[in-house]
Design a protein around this ligand. Sequence first.
Ligand code: ATP
Ligand code: MG
Length: 254
Amino acid sequence: MTLLTVRDLVAGYGDTNILHGVSLDVEKGGIVTLIGPNGAGKSTVLKAITGLLRPRGGSVKLEGRELAGLSPEDIIAAGLGFVPQVDNVFPSLTVAEHFALARGRDRRRATESALEFFPQLEPQLHRMASVLSGGERQMLAIARALVLAPRLILLDEPSAALAPQIVQMVFDRIVAIADSGISVLLVEQNVKAALPLSHYAYALQVGRNALSGPGPDLLVDPRLNDVYLGRSAGAPAAGTPAAGSPAATEPSNS
Ligand SMILES: Nc1ncnc2c1ncn2[C@@H]1O[C@H](COP(=O)(O)OP(=O)(O)OP(=O)(O)O)[C@@H](O)[C@H]1O
Ligand SMILES: [Mg+2]
C-alpha cells in the first residue's frame, strides 16, 4: 500500500525553481532511494516534502492527507522523520541528551526501541556526540529521528564520508528499520550499496524524474550513466513516463 505520494512537485529558492515537477511513491515498509548527480535536487526534494521549503506546485500526500503547505512541525507530527545531510547531531550534547530533546508521546519506550536498532549507542549514552565516530554519529542522528516514532523516515546521504565497512552496517540497520514497518525514503550517492536493497529507486536529473525502477534493475540500467554524465536518458516529462521506460508502469515498490 502506498504511504507517500509525491506528484509534480515544484520547489526552489528565491527566483529559481530547482524542482520542475518531481513525482515519486513510497510503499509501506519500503525502501525507496533517490539518486542523481550533485545538484540534481535530491536534498531539495526532501526539504520540500518536510515543509522546510514550501512547495510551489504539486502535492505531497501521506496516506491521502495533503502535507504541501503545512509547517514542518505539523508534517513531523503527521509521522515524518527527517535526518539531514550534514550537521545532524549536536556535538556538545550527550547521546542521552539527544533523546531527551526529542518530543515523543512515549519517549522512554520510543528511546528503547530506537536503541534496539542501534545497540552500539547504549554504552555511549553519556558521551558527547563530538567524540563519537562518524558511523556512530550517523546512527545517533537516525536513532534520534526514530524516537518520534515516525511512519516514514527521510535520510539524506547517511553513508556520506563513512568507511565501507561502516556503510554496510548503516545500510543493514536501514533494512531493519524498514522491516519493522517504518518506510524509508533515502537519498544516496553510493548507488552500489543503496540500490540492491531498494524496493524502488528514482534517478533525478536537473530537478526532473529521469529514470525509475526496482533498485537492482536501475543499478544495471545502461541509461544510468547518461543521467550522471548529464546526457538525456530518454527522460520522460514529469508525470508522463516514456512508453517502455521503467517509469511507464505505476511504481510498485513492494
Ligand atoms: N538554500 C539554497 N539556496 C539557493 N540555492 C540552493 C539552496 N540549496 C540548494 N540550492 C541549489 O539547488 C540545487 C539543488 O541542490 P540540492 O542540494 O537539492 O542537490 P542534491 O541533488 O542534493 O546535490 P548533492 O548530491 O550535492 O547533495 C543546486 O543548484 C544548489 O546550488
Ligand atoms: Mg544533497
